[in-house]
Ligand binder design. Sequence first.
Ligand SMILES: Nc1ncnc2c1ncn2[C@@H]1O[C@H](COP(=O)(O)OP(=O)(O)OP(=O)(O)O)[C@@H](O)[C@H]1O
Ligand SMILES: [Mg+2]
Length: 381
Amino acid sequence: MTDFAAEIQNFIATYTYYARWSDLEAAVRTLCNNQLSLKSAEIVRLSDENRSIHKTVLEQSETFHESPDDPFPITLVHHNQHQQVIALTRIGRKKDKTKFSDTEKTALKTLHRYLNQQVQYCKDRYIITANLEQQTQAFNAARQEVSQIGRVKDNFLSIASHELRTPMSVIRGYADFLLSGKFGPLNDQQKNFLQKILANVNHLTKLVNDMLDVHKLEAGKMEFVRESVSLRKLLEESVSEHQILLQEKQQTLTFFNPQNVEPTLETDPEKVRLVLANLISNAYKFTPRKGNIEVCLQPQPESDLWLVQVIDDGIGVSANDKNGLFEKFQQVDNSLQKKYTGTGLGLSICREIIQALGGEIWIEDNAKAKSGSIFNFTLPA
Ligand SMILES: Nc1ncnc2c1ncn2[C@@H]1O[C@H](COP(=O)(O)OP(=O)(O)OP(=O)(O)O)[C@@H](O)[C@H]1O
Ligand SMILES: [Mg+2]
């Protein structure tokens, strides 16, 4: 290796560590031993801060290499410890206009190749840094938005619990009083109007309660109070509580206990009642007049779990629509289902509760059955 080539190699190895422009300039001058001219017009100096100029220079550096009248256009890239380009220098031809020797050419080509790699590296670095910065900014903005939405949601929920539920129960109370006839007889139209008020207030109350439940479950704030519970008794009570609702559509609701079991569970009875209320009200909603609904209790085969089934002979759910049925706001989108009111929160609440109580909930794959749905859930003994 010639002295010149060795010097250049040495320079290549060390030059990235130069921290200041003057050092670089001095290094280039020493290296080139005044054989090369450093054209001041071709020296571009950049401040660390001026990122947009960096970018322009990086884009322009491409054309430096491609200059047709310069046989060895070399771009020296100088970057700081953060790999940001802070300067570019182009080395021109020999001052004395003599030609480069073959050795010098080889050495310069090596230097050229290396520096080109550096340019590319810095470009990539620049792009990555710019992208990262962009993504970080977008992420921070999104995070701020999410926490803002979270605050709005929390505010809304506290308003919902304190400010909405109270007036709703007052409306329900007065409508009930009036309907009872204790304050004077009502004609049929008045009764009809009051019933509509009641139905809508009940719907609103369920919606508010469901949203509060979802919020509590998501925030892990739902309290579970476990006690010794007779599952059979709980199911029988729940079935009898819902009889009045079903009368409206002349449906039957029956409790089945085919193996005559009497299990006692350590569970939260109020939450199990809530799950049953959701499943029975779904069965009621999605089953036509005079339909049949059953609640069935039996041991889950090959496990120490108890299986509860809510079975109806209503409109059913097609195999395709079963996917994601337990997700929030998920409702089957077909003309048959559209005429029913609801928010799509009931089943997601059921799933969260049952899982928290140590069981599973699912819709049975009863594709062969003509119609109807079977919703199953299990609870540990
Ligand atoms: N027994 C059923 N028969 C047919 N479809 C059902 C039945 N139960 C649930 N579904 C379908 O699953 C969807 C989700 O049920 P989910 O209980 O979560 O919501 P919803 O009843 O529509 O509203 P919400 O319970 O919040 O008032 C329903 O909209 C309906 O499309
Ligand atoms: Mg429902």
